[in-house]
Write a protein that binds this ligand. Structure first.
Ligand SMILES: Cc1ncc(COP(=O)(O)O)c(C=O)c1O
Length: 450
């Protein structure tokens, strides 16, 4: 199909029906039906055209990791809301490139509106700026680039920049540093406390030691709000005070956790986020947007602008400077992904997201209580939000084997990580359709595999 006509319209309706049928009957399937790569490759070999659309997509539906399944409790990739999925079709159809105002006036203002709405939720001032990016990794890099713009303005090359982050910081922080030419040895890790948060006293000590040196200075303290491993939230208010005392930049990787701002009940977890100099927020995680939509927000937008000053007179002309989103981001061709969130907010409202956030938090809490009451599993921490690690009361090898056997069975999908040098089982409750019975069944399946 190369035209929008009656035939492609019929095909589009058929695809929508196939997708809705797939999701509506998802719990009749396994969470994943594993096949070796060689067999999968045979199913998707590229032919010479002529394939019928709905039968051609069948293997994609059959052999996907079924994120809509209520027993999917794996990584932080969500089963997206249908409004946002439909928005994806709209975005692709219009194909607006939002880096340059004159190529996408309506896409530009939608993104600006979404960014402003999110900044307002965080209590950021009017001089803040932000952009939609591909996700948390790009948002962290962008926040650190803004931090470097200010670092360079202050130190003019006189000091070597250091980045200080928690021991559980996402790997994208070290990767951002190396992209920026900062060696990994200059990314200093602070130990985490009992609750897996950055140890504030240890940070204070390290900052003092760095201040006493002439050759280096801190480019940014990087906190985490909703850590990948345990969902822990650093004490942002205390970290902001240290930032003030040591006159540096506080970037918060709130890719996972910033969405709690939408829930009256949960927003206390990010108390102090408004004081960060920049933060990452991924609507494609806990706002149920399909991949991809990440957001970077910078409290004083001037540093975001300075990070991306570019000489491209064929794209950006001085009179329209403030409307070209491309002046605030790495991207040039830039999908209008903010439309997904805009449409969801316009039709379902933020309350729908808050309800889902509270639901997944409650089910996580239930799992924690059940694990705590059991005599064969042990809770590794008390979950604040929707990530929880636990462990079978045996050895590392057994825990690793249990996870592998469970996901191979297709009965549930969980992850595993290493926490304080122990192999643990890890879940992210990210499907609002997951009920108490599903997490109980997941535990029962693990038990049966011991
Ligand atoms: C805390 C945190 N930061 C950043 C990321 C990276 O986000 P993305 O995968 O959208 O690049 C993740 C991903 O899981 C994360 O958990």
């Amino acid at each position: 199909m190369t035209r929008f006509d009656a035939a492609s319209r019929r095909a589009a309706h058929a695809v929508v029906d196939a997708l809705f049928d797939h999701v509506e009957h998802i719990d009749e399937r396994k969470v994943v039906d594993w096949k070796p790569a060689a067999e999968l490759r045979e199913l998707v070999r590229i032919g010479d055209g002529g394939g019928e659309l709905t039968s051609t997509i069948r293997p994609l539906l059959d052999y996907a990791i079924q994120l809509h399944h209520p027993s999917y409790m794996g990584h932080q990739v969500c089963p997206p809301f249908p409004t946002a999925v439909l928005a994806d079709l709209l975005i692709s159809t219009l194909n607006q490139s939002t880096a340059v105002w004159e190529m996408s006036p309506i896409g530009t203002v939608v993104e600006q509106e979404v960014v402003r709405w999110l900044a307002d939720r965080a209590g950021y001032p009017t001089e803040s700026l932000g952009t939609a990016v591909s996700g948390g990794s790009a948002a962290n890099l962008t926040g650190l680039l803004a931090a470097r713009a200010r670092f360079n303005a202050e130190h003019s090359g006189a000091k070597r920049p250091l980045i200080v982050c928690g021991g559980d910081a996402h790997y994208s922080i070290a990767r951002a540093a190396s992209i920026m030419g900062i060696p990994v040895s200059d990314v200093l890790k602070i130990a985490t406390d009992e609750q897996h948060r950055m140890d504030v006293d240890a940070l204070a000590e390290m900052l003092q030691a760095i201040d006493a040196r002439d050759d280096v200075a801190v480019l940014a303290i990087v906190a985490t709000a909703g850590s990948t491993a345990t969902g822990a939230f650093d004490s942002l208010r205390e970290l902001a005070e240290l930032r003030d005392r040591h006159r540096t930049w506080l970037h918060v990787d709130a890719a996972h956790g910033a969405s709690v701002l939408l829930s009256e009940r949960l927003r206390h977890l990010v108390d102090g986020l408004d004081r960060a100099d920049s933060f990452a927020w991924d609507p494609h995680k806990m706002m149920w947007m399909p991949l991809s939509l990440g957001i970077i927000l910078v409290r004083n937008g001037i540093w975001l602008r300075r990070a991306f000053e570019a000489d491209a007179p064929y794209l950006f002309n001085a009179e329209r400077a403030s409307d070209n989103i491309g002046e605030l981001t790495i991207q040039c061709s830039k999908r209008a992904d903010a439309i997904k969130l805009w449409l969801t907010l316009q039709t379902d409202g933020a309350a729908a997201i808050a309800t889902a956030l509270e639901k997944v938090t409650d089910v996580t809490r239930h799992l924690y209580e059940v694990v705590k009451a059991s005599d064969d599993f042990i809770a590794m921490h008390e979950p604040d939000f929707n990530i929880f690690c636990f462990r079978h009361r045996s050895d590392d090898a057994t825990n690793a084997r249990l996870r592998e056997a469970l996901i191979r069975s297709g009965e549930a999908w969980i992850t595993s990580t290493v926490l304080k040098e122990q192999r643990v089982l890890r879940v992210t409750l990210i499907n609002p359709a997951t009920e108490h019975e599903h997490v109980e069944r997941m535990l029962a399946s693990l038990r049966a595999l011991v």
